[in-house]
Design a protein around this ligand. Structure first.
Ligand code: HEC
Ligand code: HEC
Ligand code: HEC
Length: 123
């Protein structure tokens, strides 16, 4: 009898724990514009940083400005319909980076909202 109560209590405890885990902030990945990314989703998940950094090097050093891997392009497609931004708690880029503890300085210069010309960088 007592052990049954103990087991029941354990289940209650376990349920409470899993609820607590479920409440931990998860990345908010909302795809606002249906369609395709600039690369396959798997490639983007794994390699978007390299794509972006490589693209920046090419632009800065060689003056090549192509659309496919541009940061402005990411922002255009991935900005939230609610906030208009890729940043913020629910923002496409920031929510995942917060979750992964990644810090970016990109948006100090680059616009985090589509169609905005930021003070320091055009794209
Ligand atoms: C100190 C300001 C500054 C910071 C910080 C910065 N950039 Fe830039 N970025 C620029 C400027 C200026 C250009 C050139 C704009 C032009 O020539 O049109 C540029 C161009 C680019 C381009 C090519 C244009 C485009 O839209 O594709 C990419 C990609 C890019 N940056 C990515 C990044 C990423 C990723 C980060 C963060 C890791 C970053 N930048 C951080 C200033 C900055
Ligand atoms: C033309 C619109 C468009 C552009 C431009 C774009 N994306 Fe995407 N992106 C999408 C769509 C749509 C998906 C979902 C694709 C799917 O699920 O099949 C996606 C998926 C992703 C994912 C995977 C999310 C997940 O499910 O885990 C990442 C990461 C991503 N994009 C980052 C970027 C970055 C970084 C850039 C800029 C270099 C960019 N995207 C440019 C439309 C775009
Ligand atoms: C599905 C999760 C996810 C999404 C969505 C996402 N990122 Fe990332 N991003 C990561 C992870 C994880 C890393 C760190 C990877 C590593 O360090 O190897 C990273 C790293 C980066 C880096 C390199 C940072 C550095 O200084 O090394 C850049 C630039 C970047 N992300 C840009 C973006 C942009 C722009 C968006 C939105 C358009 C975006 N990411 C959306 C998960 C994501």
């Amino acid at each position: 009898m007592i052990s049954r109560v103990a087991i029941a209590l354990l289940f209650v405890l376990a349920a409470g724990l899993s609820l607590a885990y479920a409440r931990a902030p998860r990345p908010v990945i909302v795809i606002e514009r249906p369609g395709q990314c600039v690369e396959a989703t798997e490639v983007m998940r794994r390699d978007h940083m390299t794509l972006l950094l490589h693209q920046r090097d090419r632009t800065m050093r060689e003056g090549i400005r192509t659309r496919p891997h541009s940061l402005a392009g990411c922002v255009e497609c991935h900005a939230s319909a609610k906030t208009g931004s890729v940043l913020g708690e629910q923002g496409f880029c920031e929510s995942c980076h917060r979750y992964a503890s990644v810090k970016l300085d990109c948006f100090e210069c680059h616009a985090s909202k589509p169609g905005r010309v930021s003070a320091r960088a055009k794209p």
